[in-house]
Design a protein around this ligand. Structure first.
Ligand SMILES: [Zn+2]
Ligand SMILES: [Zn+2]
Length: 327
């Protein structure tokens, strides 16, 4: 197979690798599209503990099953499916036994501790493969739903009941979750990098009630806020933006250090929580919501071999919505 490989230094390298074969309980996909997530950038930047090298990144995979490993009965050849970040859970640790597989002590992650979808073929554990039968969108448009959408959805649920919701960072996850929150009836306030008028304009066209700089306070107090930007300095800003009893959810896997802040920002029963990974139930819930809410990610597609250019554009904030690789 053809793949873009992370070998621990520099840019991704284009390589021919042996075709992977599915083991027991696994399936193989012909990859049709794979989104690029902020986590892929954290991997390349060394922000995460090493997950094994060389590695094929990519955990927003849309593909068609072309091989079934032994014991797989509930998926079929030719079926269009998606694969996301959580690739495996142990089923035995206290978290798994309590239904919190997202917190598993011995998990595996697609494109991080296992090879992912920046390739023409990918192998995945069947338990963590999601049928996409109900979603009538192009493969490239579906791809960002598999992480930005799924973990975004978990963070939206974690935000608790709200009428006024703040979103800090308006990339792949932000623009998908704005659509989900609007469908739920929330008013959404979007905070972007200072001066990013294009992102603010984009948020308003998707129905944001207000869009402005992350250095500005919102025009009225918020019930909850979700941080998608990996910027620790936004935590005190978001706490200052929510009302008493409000909640701030940190949705990224990595964030720069949070600066010291006065206790008055947390006082008043404000809550600060993080979201880690996702469960299969999150995935199935969100994939049911997508057609009901009419969620439609905006994507910029790049050929697989242009992965490094796509990553550069993403870093530079030049991608509107989500970046997706097409083999
Ligand atoms: Zn991701
Ligand atoms: Zn476990």
């Amino acid at each position: 197979m053809r793949a873009m490989v992370w070998d621990g230094t520099g840019a991704l390298k284009e390589r021919d690798l042996p075709d992977p074969e599915p083991g027991p309980g696994e399936v193989r996909l012909v990859v049709r599209a794979c989104g690029i997530c902020r986590t892929d950038l954290h991997l390349i930047d060394g922000d995460l503990p090493p997950g094994g090298l060389p590695r094929v990144p990519g955990h927003e995979i849309v593909g068609v099953i072309d091989r079934l490993g032994p014991g797989v009965v509930d998926l079929s050849l030719g079926q269009r499916v998606g694969v996301g970040w959580l690739a495996h859970s142990c089923r035995r640790c206290p978290y798994c036994l309590a239904g919190h597989e997202n917190l598993c002590d011995r998990p595996a992650f697609t494109g991080y501790t296992r090879d992912g979808g920046f390739a023409t073929l990918a192998v995945a554990e069947a338990r963590y493969v999601y049928p996409l039968d109900g979603i009538d969108l192009a493969d490239t448009v579906v791809a960002p739903l598999l992480c930005a959408g799924l973990i975004g959805w978990r963070s939206l649920v974690m935000a608790g009941p709200h009428r006024k919701l703040g979103l800090y960072g308006f990339g792949a996850a932000g623009h998908i979750i704005l659509q989900a929150a609007r469908w739920q009836g929330a008013e959404v306030f979007v905070f972007t990098r200072p001066g990013d008028l294009a992102a603010q304009e984009f948020a308003l066209t998707l129905g944001a009630a207000w869009a402005g700089s992350s250095e500005e306070p919102p025009p009225e107090p918020l019930d909850a806020a979700i941080l998608y930007a990996p910027v620790g300095a936004l935590v005190p800003a978001a706490l200052a933006a929510v009302r008493k009893g409000g909640r701030v959810v940190c949705a990224g896997i990595h964030m720069s250090d949070i600066p010291a802040f006065p206790y008055t920002l947390l006082w008043g029963e404000r809550q600060l929580v993080s979201v880690a990974n996702l469960t299969r139930a999150d995935a199935l819930d969100f994939l049911r919501v997508v057609p009901l809410a009419g969620i439609r990610p905006e994507v910029t597609s790049y050929p697989l071999s242009q992965a490094n250019r796509a990553i550069q554009d993403l870093r530079a904030g030049q991608v509107r919505g989500a970046a997706v690789l097409v083999p």
